[in-house]
Write a protein that binds this ligand. Structure first.
Ligand code: HEM
Length: 386
């Protein structure tokens, strides 16, 4: 099943790609160290790579984009957004997640077919995150268009070749701009008319008497809307794919539902949705036997680290019995995924309902599975089931 592992496969934990001018990190201990040391390994990639060009030469702003900022600003912003996006807010979603899952599966039954991604794995997390934020779930065709323009392209990252402005990069930037405008309108509306939704909570969140600047509310909402569904879609599709490929695990989990959360964790390790994240060095660092100078760009391949035999014995074996399972699919340290409790909750509920409603989850041999082509993403794009 090795072809499922996207991204580079290398026996060297750290490797310099001279053609692209980028350091690839594939080892688990090395990735672990990087994520635990934000002083040396900064998340602010625009320190070393040029900002993308916006259409009409507008300034591209990622001000306060939480995944891109370092301490001490990061801690302050993280505290603020966490006060709006709490564990309780997430836990309260449980009945709604179950209801939406049933509605989507009923609709698929009435149509007489089940293509897991289009019928469930895509719409479920979008509907949930849109309702949570307080934007119309009915606008989800729009969200999908934006997310596809931003993610489903083969974004070429190179520091040695000048950035050519390709058609699809311009589309991506236009999507970004449209998304900002859409969320800015909704946020402005909440300032005038507060409601019981996350957007209002973000607008009203306060730390030491300070509120989030309007641009930061918008950037955080963009991140939630994008991160909130693309990755969870991959998690759901990948987990069902694994249940099909490893029928003995499907039997086991059917007989023992308490094992569903461990199955989800192993799916995250085995097919890591966000296969790579980036960092830059603020100073020279020794890592995996290499000396990396300051101001270098690193691609940290979480998917490769999650299959490092030094950490996971028999890494190509799908084994939900791994305990502990310290995979890095949600990152680690100060930027650890803020949405992990929501992704895990959606995964657990949807999977249990699928197991309840179908005697057997299996792919359709006459209708092939398709993967997302982007190398930094590991996920099915189409998963027709029998
Ligand atoms: C951060 C993966 C679902 C919101 C991250 C990071 C990873 C990740 C690897 C760390 C990025 C870095 O260190 O550079 C995933 C995966 C998901 C998932 C695999 C699903 C299976 C979600 C959901 C939400 C979300 C559902 C929100 C609704 C965030 C946010 C951050 C983040 C806000 C930034 C945290 C920070 O920088 O402090 N995610 N994510 N994620 N994720 Fe997720």
């Amino acid at each position: 099943q090795h072809f499922w592992l996207h991204g580079p496969r290398s026996d060297r934990p750290v490797e310099y790609d001279a053609a692209a001018g980028i350091w690839g990190v594939h080892g688990y201990p090395e990735a672990h160290e990087i994520l635990g040391d934000p002083e040396t390994f900064s998340s602010d990639t625009f320190r070393v790579i040029p900002k993308p060009l916006m259409p009409d030469a507008e300034e591209f702003s990622l001000a306060g984009f939480i995944t891109q900022i370092d301490p001490p600003e990061h801690g302050k912003l993280r505290k603020l957004v966490s006060s709006a996006f709490t564990r309780k807010v997430v836990a309260d979603l449980e009945p709604r997640i179950a209801a939406v899952t049933h509605e989507l599966l009923d609709a698929a039954r009435d149509r007489g077919r089940l293509e897991l991604v289009a019928d469930l794995a895509y719409p479920l997390p979008v509907i949930v995150i849109a309702e949570l934020l307080g934007v119309p779930g009915g606008d989800r065709a729009l969200f999908k268009q934006w997310a596809d323009a931003l993610f489903q392209r083969d974004a070429k990252i190179s520091l040695t070749e000048p950035a050519e402005q390709r058609e699809e990069d311009i589309d991506a930037m236009k999507s970004w701009r449209d998304m900002s405008a859409y969320l800015a309108d909704h946020a402005a509306e909440r300032r005038r008319n507060p409601r019981a939704d996350l957007l209002t909570r973000l607008v009203e969140a306060e730390l030491d008497g300070e509120r989030l600047p309007a641009g930061q509310v918008v950037n955080f909402a963009i991140l939630l809307l994008l991160a909130g569904h693309v990755t969870t879609t991959m998690l759901l599709g990948n987990t069902v794919l694994c249940l099909d490929a490893f029928p003995e695990q499907q039997d086991r989990v059917r007989a023992h539902r308490a094992a569903v959360p461990a199955l989800i964790e192993e799916s995250l390790r085995y097919l890591t949705p966000f296969a790579a994240i980036s960092r830059t060095t603020t100073r020279a660092a020794e890592l995996g036997g290499e000396t990396i100078p300051a101001d270098q760009l690193l691609m940290v391949w979480l998917g490769a680290a999650n299959r490092d035999p030094r950490q996971f014995p028999e890494p190509a074996l799908f084994d939900p019995g791994r305990d502990p399972n310290p995979h890095l699919a949600f990152g680690r340290g100060i930027h650890f995924c803020l949405g992990a409790p929501l992704a895990r909750l959606e995964g657990r509920i949807a999977l249990n309902i699928l197991l309840d409603r179908f005697d057997r989850l299996r792919t359709d041999p006459d209708d092939p599975v398709a993967f997302i082509p982007t190398p930094t993403m590991t996920g099915v794009r189409r998963l027709p089931l029998r």
